[in-house]
Design a protein around this ligand. Structure first.
Ligand SMILES: [Zn+2]
Length: 128
């Protein structure tokens, strides 16, 4: 299946995943990986995060920071998150961790949205 609009802007020269000979096996693997992470891993992590935030709940709005503080903290968090993600990803390419955890994420050589969350649950938890 080729759509002219997407072919026009495609930058990856490799074939689309559905054009590969083992697409049937890859599709099943992808479905299981996404189901595990979206139906089990993310809900567990979301619950733990909500529970943690609930214990930190602030009832008095006068204790909330001003807009400048919130904006600067958001920028700081973006910087920290991107730096953490970069080095965590590099660490996951260390051979023992790659073979044990990260190779699931790189099972597909393509850059399509569904593949971003196709990963080992430990990798999902490390990026949550
Ligand atoms: Zn990687």
């Amino acid at each position: 299946m080729k759509w002219p609009f997407f072919e026009k802007y495609k930058i990856d020269p490799s074939p689309w995943p559905w054009e590969l000979a083992n697409w049937s096996d890859l599709r099943w693997f992808l479905a299981k990986s996404l189901a595990l992470n979206h139906l089990v891993t993310y809900p567990i992590l979301g619950y733990l995060q909500a529970y943690y935030l609930h214990t930190m709940y602030i009832e008095d709005s006068d204790l909330l920071p001003d807009h400048y503080t919130i904006a600067s903290q958001i920028l700081f968090c973006i910087l920290i998150e991107d730096t953490y993600f970069y080095f965590a990803h590099r660490l996951l390419h260390w051979k023992p961790l790659y073979l044990m955890i990260h190779k699931i994420h790189h099972k597909f050589p393509h850059s399509i949205s569904f593949l971003a969350t196709s990963a080992h649950p430990l990798e999902v938890a490390s990026c949550f």
